[in-house]
Design a protein around this ligand. Structure first.
Ligand SMILES: Nc1nc2c(ncn2[C@@H]2O[C@H](COP(=O)(O)O[C@H]3[C@@H](O)[C@H](n4cnc5c(=O)[nH]c(N)nc54)O[C@@H]3COP(=O)(O)O)[C@@H](O)[C@H]2O)c(=O)[nH]1
Length: 968
């Protein structure tokens, strides 16, 4: 069968046949054709319009659905649809029955014939109610909230939204017990206990959140409002309005969680007052609990000005619903301020008065970090800028950036090198390619690339640079790298200069080597000579120049070593101190040359008399020391001492004379008598003095008693030093007689020391000490002055003038102030020089030849007479003495002592007297103790005599008596 075309005109014509209002609609419900009856009823031609447009709204949906179903051949839809309500163009409602008949199959398009019958006009009031009902239904059907009507705890009806919320179809709701939409019967009961009384009182019941159960069992949250239909009696059921708030509640919870847990500060303000805040705010601003609520927003800012400024900036944006963001200084509760990041937006952009949300982040740390970062950057920049090396960061063959030194090296302006190709810094492409190859190889091997290249400045000039580079990331050798550039031109030039100089030097060195070979030979000779000289100097330093024997220093060294050896071997050693008896006399009388010869001979004999392992040393003058190590017993040293005495006993033939000399030897044993060099030497010296005191030419072993003697000597010497100041000295006088008349001719002045606790001490005990330590000079001057004063005193007392003979010691005589001192005393005392006579020993006169002659001449020129004391003990001859201005000689008492018995002494005395006479020298014989001596001297023609025969030396008062006796 061919499809039948549903031509509208044909259809319209067909409809005219029906006789009641009818139309044909297509499957979409559009009117394809309508008859005149329908047009009249609707007061308009409905063609081309949806049929639904002519159906009252409250039934429109069902009617439209029915038409569409009929078109589709759905037989479940009733064919006759009763109670359809048409709506004419004027709004008039017409009740009608509606029959639907689909067009026969095969017609195109598919359609339905709609026939209206049993028409009746709807009254106005009914129409109005229907309209209102239709409107209410539309409202309920489209309401976004669920609406439920219950009665007697049964759900009777609901709107589509409610069914949708609970997951039921609408018709499934009807008749169900209300408890089914609650989570449990208990919850339902509880809910009833809460809502029932409210609703029972005719009041509306409201609950913001309550949980209900869906058809599938899941729970969800609703806001609930309810009121009874018959509010007075509550018998008409209850209308429930449920609003699904699950999502907003979730949102709310999320916001709450955010607010509470956010580390940043969130704050709400409204009307410039703080209305809400989270824990972050409390922590940040220091407000506890709710104490910040209600505070003015101003409280969060340092000043009114700051708050006002913020308002000026924020208001324009917030007022139009735009967010505002800034960094601002804020104030905590304790008044401290801090920098914060502030973001604000209004709660409701539609209505900014609903308040503002402020999100605040403490930027203090951030600021500090920023500041520290900025400082670090500045520091780094400063370091880079002040670096003495060029520093560059490169990538892909380009200099990304570099420091000032780099620009200075290459002669570019600041920033000019940035992003330049590194190739521009190389003289040519080959050099550049080579550098890249080297660098690539080093970086790939994980090394720092370091090499020297010739580079090019902006002006084209070249310089040598050392480049050291490394990649930022060693795993990316082709990535970004950093380079240090050091201008090494000067260093290379210097190295070149050095190389050239070295080459030249090498040539010169070769030349000079030849010269030096010759000079070296000379130098070697010089070195040998110098070594010999040094050896000589060394020898001189440790040896006595006269005898070649070890000196005191070498002796001390050997003694030290010998002591160590003795200690190790438990043996002893002897130190023998040797002083030559009367050597000074020989030296003084025969001269130094002879003395020196004698000393050399003595040295030879000493060496010959001891073993090679012994040491013979000379300390100076006539002092020798023999060191005898390795003694098994002390007695061995006796034999050594005896051999020495024996060796020196034979006369020494010198200059045609046979000289006799003897030793005084002091022996000290280590370790018995001392355990160090100084003690051993001192003790041997003491022993030697004892040998002298014991008559010379012998040896003495050291004993502790000798130490006492030394201590005694020390004590004596120190007492002597103060004796002059303490006026402990006094003068005694001994007459010198005229032999012929036996009258007092003169008096010798003799010094005495009245030492407290010791009585009167004779000069033999202290003059030698004063000679030694020089005290003889001031004490001797005191003697001269005191003798002159006394003589003047006696003159003043009317006594006859008497010449006084005063002793001058050798040291006093040689003192250069002697002559001036004598002259001063003569002047000050006013004494006649003819009443003064100085006695000088023969040895002293002989000692210093020409000098002595001069001093004697000066004294003689003053009118003072001079005499030679102790004549005969020295080696002078009268003929020699004649050269000096001497008037008198005193024959030493050694010749007088045995005068009666010794023909030899008598002959000597007679010869001295005879010769003196021929030389016109007067003679005094000393030590005349007997008349026999006196008689012999008288007979021999001696002029004067002095001795105990006439008088011992007497104190001043007695001398005065003697003088007074002379006068009588
Ligand atoms: N430089 C100075 N030397 C002085 C001084 N005073 C004394 N001396 C010298 O001291 C030595 C000892 O003198 P002294 O103990 O006083 O002995 C003198 C006489 O007492 C002694 N003498 C005199 N006659 C005899 C005698 O018959 N027998 C005897 N055994 N001794 C006698 O001789 C000493 C005087 O001798 P000398 O001077 O040689 O005339 C002595 O050397 C004094 O020189 C002084 O002030 N300064």
């Amino acid at each position: 069968m061919n499809p039948v075309s549903s031509n509208p005109d044909v259809l319209a014509e067909a409809l005219t046949l029906i006789g009641v209002p009818a139309c044909v609609c297509d499957s979409a419900g559009r009117v394809l054709a309508a008859n005149a009856e329908l047009a009249a009823l609707l007061e308009t031609d409905p063609r081309e319009q949806p049929l639904s447009a002519f159906i009252a709204p409250h039934v429109r949906a069902e009617a439209s659905a029915a038409v569409k179903a009929a078109c589709g051949g759905d037989l479940s839809v009733p064919r006759n649809y009763a109670d359809i309500c048409l709506q004419a163009e004027s709004g008039r409602h017409i009740h009608a029955g509606m029959a639907l008949k689909p067009l026969p199959a095969g017609m195109t398009p598919a359609g339905v014939t709609v026939v209206f019958h049993e028409l009746s006009e709807v009254p106005h009031e009914q129409r109005a109610l229907g309209k209102a009902l239709a409107e209410q239904k539309a409202i309920l059907d489209n309401a976004p909230v669920g609406v439920l009507f219950t009665k007697d705890e049964i759900m009777l009806s609901c709107n589509p939204r409610l069914a949708e919320m609970f997951g039921y179809r609408r018709e499934q709701i009807t008749g169900r017990p209300a408890v089914e939409v609650f989570p449990s019967p208990e919850v339902y009961a509880e809910f009833g206990r809460e809502a029932g009384p409210v609703l029972g009182q005719g009041r509306a019941f409201e609950k913001n959140e309550f949980q209900f159960r869906k058809h599938d069992g899941s729970l969800f949250w609703c806001r609930v409002r309810a009121s009874t239909v018959d509010q007075e009696h509550n018998e008409g059921g209850t209308i429930w309005i449920l609003e699904d708030v699950t999502r907003s509640r979730q949102n709310q919870m999320e916001v709450e969680a955010l607010m509470t847990n956010a580390s940043i500060c969130i704050l709400y303000t409204r009307n410039r007052l703080i209305t809400r805040y989270n824990r972050g705010f409390s922590e940040m601003f220091g407000y506890e609990g709710k104490e910040g609520l209600g505070l003015p927003g101003r409280a969060l800012y340092p000043s009114d000005d700051a708050y006002a400024r913020l308002g000026v900036l924020a208001s324009p944006l917030l007022s139009v619903g735009r967010p505002f963001q800034t960094e601002v200084e804020m104030r905590r509760k304790d008044g401290n301020t801090f920098w914060a990041q502030l973001i604000a937006y209004v709660v409701n952009p539609e209505d900014p008065t609903q308040g503002t949300i402020w999100i605040i982040e403490d930027r203090a740390e951030h600021k500090r970090a920023e500041e520290s970062l900025r400082n670090a950057l500045l520091e780094n920049q400063a370091i880079l800028d002040s670096a003495v090396l060029g520093i560059s960061v490169c990538e892909n063959g380009r200099n990304l950036r570099c420091n000032a030194k780099m620009e200075e090296l290459f002669g570019y302006a600041p920033g000019e090198m940035n992003n330049m190709s590194v190739q521009a810094f190389y003289p040519d492409l080959d050099e550049w390619a080579k550098a890249r190859r080297d660098t690539g190889r080093d970086f790939a091997a994980g090394h720092v690339s370091s090499a020297e290249y010739q580079l090019v400045r902006k002006d084209g000039s070249r310089f040598w640079a050392r480049l050291s580079g490394r990649p930022f990331d060693p795993t990316q050798p082709r990535g970004r790298s950093v380079w240090l550039v050091d201008d090494v031109t000067a260093r290379r030039e210097a190295a070149e200069t050095v190389r050239r100089a070295r080459d030249e030097l090498e040539v010169r060195v070769l030349e000079r080597t030849a010269e030096l070979a010759g000079a070296n030979a000379m130098l070697q000779a010089e070195i040998v000579e110098r070594r010999q000289a040094e050896a000589r100097v060394h020898h001189m330093a440790y040896h006595d120049s006269l005898t070649g024997l070890p000196n005191r220093a070498l002796l001390a060294d050997r003694l030290d070593r010998a002591m160590l050896a003795a200690q190790r071997s438990s043996r002893r050693l002897a130190v023998m101190f040797i002083d030559l008896d009367r050597f000074k006399t020989i030296n003084d009388s025969l001269g130094h040359m002879t003395g020196d010869q004698l000393l050399k001979e003595v040295a030879n004999r000493l060496c010959a008399s001891v073993r090679a392992s012994d040491t013979v040393a000379r300390l100076g003058g006539d002092e020798f020391v023999v060191l005898v190590p390795g003694l098994g017993e002390v007695g061995e040293s006796n034999r050594v001492a005896e051999k020495i005495i024996e060796a020196l006993a034979a006369p020494f033939p010198l200059e045609g004379r046979m000289l006799h000399i003897s030793p005084s030897i002091g022996i000290c044993i280590y370790p018995d008598d001392g355990q160090d060099v100084a003690t051993l030497m001192r003790n041997a010296d003491s022993a030697m003095y004892h040998a002298k005191a014991a008559g010379r030419n012998n040896y003495q072993f050291f004993t502790q008693k000798m130490n006492l003697a030394a201590a005694h000597h020390f004590e004596l010497e120190s007492s002597l030093r103060s004796a002059l100041a303490l006026q402990q000295f006094e003068l005694h006088f001994q007459p010198i007689m005229d032999i012929r008349t036996r009258h007092l001719h003169a008096m010798e002045v003799l010094l005495r020391w009245r030492r407290p606790g010791h009585g009167l001490v004779g000069p033999d005990q202290f003059i030698p000490i004063m000679e030694e330590n020089g005290l003889i000079v001031p004490v001797g001057e005191w003697v001269i002055r005191r003798a002159c004063e006394q003589n003047m005193e006696w003159l003043r007392q009317g006594l006859q003038p008497v010449p006084l003979a005063i002793n001058l010691s050798p040291r006093q005589f040689m003192h250069r102030g002697l002559v001036a001192s004598i002259r001063r005393i003569l002047e000050e005392t006013g004494i006649d020089p003819a009443l003064i006579e100085f006695e000088i020993t023969e040895t002293a006169v002989m000692q210093h030849g020409e000098q002595t002659l001069e001093i004697l001449g000066q004294i003689n020129a003053m009118g003072i007479r001079l005499s030679i004391d102790d004549f005969g003990t020295g080696y002078s001859s009268l003929a020699y003495l004649k050269r000096f201005p001497v008037r008198k000689i005193k024959i030493d008492r050694a010749f007088i002592k045995d005068l009666e018995e010794s023909t030899e002494d008598r002959a000597i005395v007679a010869a001295i007297i005879a010769l003196s006479d021929s030389l016109q020298l007067s003679v005094v014989a000393e030590g005349v103790e007997t008349e026999a001596q006196f008689g012999l001297l008288q007979r021999q023609g001696c002029q004067h005599a002095q001795g105990y025969l006439f008088s011992r030396p007497v104190p001043c008062a007695e001398a005065q008596h003697l003088l007074q006796g002379r006068a009588e």
